[in-house]
Write a protein that binds this ligand. Structure first.
Ligand SMILES: [Zn+2]
Ligand SMILES: [Zn+2]
Length: 587
């Protein structure tokens, strides 16, 4: 049977990657394709090639319908199992289903399935009790070689980070808590735009006014509390008004405008400034029927403005959209891409899509996702080469004008190393291992192994590692101890001796000397300072005080220094590097 559609080259590649992967492995896999890349065609082709029963799962009925329609257009017949679509067919070789409906009718899925495809698979959580995991668990009971394939444009969840563990280009995205094992194919958004598969975004830096969310406190995922956002926006009604006026002015030459608001209150306020008869507001609370009706009118261009609060980021497809106004904060490159992606579908007569960011997100659409919450507003993705294996890591950080990385927040190299020849212990199974080079670390006081700064027990000897917070708290309680927040260090080299002075935030000073003619002291210095030279990007073993002095600008400074009082002086006891805890660091 010939495919009625010619797959685009990358779609064929994605299909081939899937076949190759499952030919040699039963481990779950993810394909990453940007919005508008035609995931439903890839799914249809895989479903067409499958010989045995397969289940295509997604979380919204619109996607169930779209994926099913694409499959049927091959001249094939598949079933639909979705309460929202009022169909409960599970007898076909290929079933397109909503996860909620399958979950509520597990007894109807007792057959042996060979493959589960999950569309928008970034919604799968790692928890075993989730709907997706329960379905997979059940199907695995019928077939322990069940294959699981996920597709998404955004392989990243705020609460979890990356949804998979290993990337086919040879790097690691996380531990064994990820719902998927392998990313087997990925295509960047820029590829789609450059090849003309998507409309070019016209990223205009012409906002009349901008919100500044940067002063708001963030949770550990880098997100803001709705209450804080509302409070801030409540004080800036004039800003919102001015923004909406500009949007309307620019919209005169546009077909369809999508406005992404920060909160429900904010969305209501925005809607209030827009022409009533041309505007729809959709929030998470909008009744499904009303929502369908409003979207229909928007698609038919009876409505020009569609205001929403992050509900229209998946499964929504209105190719005529040619203006995206972003009025909400986000630090996720993926989410930002998803929002902008709403306007990038090709459509007749559409030249470009205007994108204006009114929330000062400073997200570069073509930047790679870092996979961690942005540590502060001026961080940007920087490329950090691993001194151990050479892998080019992407971390949050800062670079100078020449692109040199002056600071970064990476902890451990993400490079994957092929297993050494002969190293085929059962645990490794010939699987590549993550490079163990660490850019920030705590040293185990028992065995000297380097551990992640958040580790409680040593990964090598399993013994408890002293928590720097406890260390600081204990020292602060003592009368004969001194703790300084270190704002910087200065050096004096005198023959073989190097004197380091730690400068506290309030002008306090502590100092200590290392005698490089003594091997023991040299080793201690190199472990503390040489190992962390140039943000641990170029660790070094120093052999003389003069050598250190010459390169002092790249020497690391500890965040805290703890000293104990001796008879006539303060003796430095601890230098706390790479600190991340509840005490404030020096400015
Ligand atoms: Zn490495
Ligand atoms: Zn240890």
């Amino acid at each position: 049977m010939n495919a009625p559609f010619k797959l685009r080259p990358y779609q064929q590649e994605a299909v081939d990657a899937t076949l190759n992967h499952f030919r040699k492995s039963d481990e779950s896999a993810v394909i990453v394709l940007p919005t508008g890349a035609g995931k439903s065609l890839v799914i249809a082709e895989l479903a067409r090639l499958a010989k045995r029963k397969i289940l295509v799962l997604t979380h919204v009925k619109e996607l169930v319908e779209q994926n099913h329609a694409k499959y049927q257009s091959y001249g094939l017949t598949g079933g639909i199992f979705s309460a929202g679509l009022k169909r409960k067919e599970s007898r076909h070789q290929v079933t397109f289903a909503s996860v909620q409906s399958v979950s509520a009718n597990l007894d109807q899925f007792r057959d042996e399935y060979s493959l589960v495809i999950i569309d928008e698979c970034h919604r799968v959580s790692g928890e075993e009790t989730s709907q997706y995991q329960r379905i997979i668990e059940l199907l695995r009971q019928q077939n322990d070689a069940l294959k699981v394939l996920g597709l998404t444009a955004t392989p990243y969840r705020l609460a979890m980070g990356w949804i998979y563990r290993y990337h086919y280009r040879g790097f690691v995205r996380g531990g064994d808590d990820k719902p998927f094992q392998h990313c087997i194919y990925e295509l960047p958004l820029s590829y789609m735009i450059n090849r003309g598969y998507l409309t070019r975004p016209e990223l205009v830096n012409a906002a009349v006014a901008q919100y500044d969310f940067s002063a708001l406190p963030q949770d550990r995922f880098g997100e803001y509390a709705e209450k804080d956002v509302n409070e801030l926006l409540g004080k800036h009604k004039r800003v919102t008004r001015a923004i909406v006026e500009q949007v309307m002015e620019l919209a005169a030459e546009r077909q369809g405008v999508m406005i992404f608001a920060a909160t429900v209150d904010h969305a209501r306020e925005i809607t209030g400034y827009l022409p009533d008869h041309q505007t729809a507001l959709i929030t998470g609370a909008t009744d499904l029927k009303d929502r369908d009706f409003l979207i229909q009118r928007f698609k038919q261009r009876e409505l020009k403005y569609l205001v929403n609060v992050s509900v229209l980021t998946t499964g929504f497809d209105a190719p005529h959209v040619d203006f995206i106004a972003i009025l909400r904060p986000t630090q996720s490159v993926s989410l930002y891409q998803q929002i902008v992606g709403r306007g990038l579908r090709l459509n007749e007569g559409k030249q470009d899509c205007l994108v204006i960011d009114y929330a000062g997100n400073h997200v570069n659409l073509h930047h790679p996702e870092v996979g961690e919450p942005k540590p502060n507003p001026d961080s940007e993705p920087v490329q950090v080469f691993c001194p151990g294996c050479g892998f080019a890591n992407i971390f949050w950080g800062k670079a100078d004008g020449d692109g040199r990385v002056i600071e970064h927040y990476g902890r451990r190299c993400q490079g994957l190393l092929e297993p050494a020849i002969g190293d085929d212990s059962a645990k490794l199974q010939g699987r590549p291992q993550q490079c163990d080079y660490r850019f920030s670390f705590k040293e185990c006081p028992h065995c000297g192994a380097e551990n992640d700064i958040a580790a409680r027990n040593c990964h090598q000897c399993q013994k408890a590692i002293i928590d720097p917070d406890d260390q600081l708290r204990d020292a602060l309680k003592l009368k004969d101890a001194m703790v300084i927040r270190c704002a910087g260090i200065s050096l004096v080299a005198d023959g073989s001796k190097l004197r380091i002075t730690y400068h506290g935030e309030d002008g306090e000073e502590l100092s200590e000397s290392f005698d490089f003619s003594k091997p023991g002291q040299r080793t201690v210095f190199n472990k503390l300072f040489g190992r962390r030279f140039a943000n641990s990007q170029a660790p070094r073993v120093f052999s003389s005080a003069d050598e250190v002095f010459e390169l002092q600008t790249l020497l690391p400074a500890p965040d805290f220094v703890i000293a104990r009082k001796q008879k006539h002086y303060w003796q430095v006891q601890e230098r706390v590097f790479d600190y991340q805890g509840s005490f404030r660091k020096a400015y």
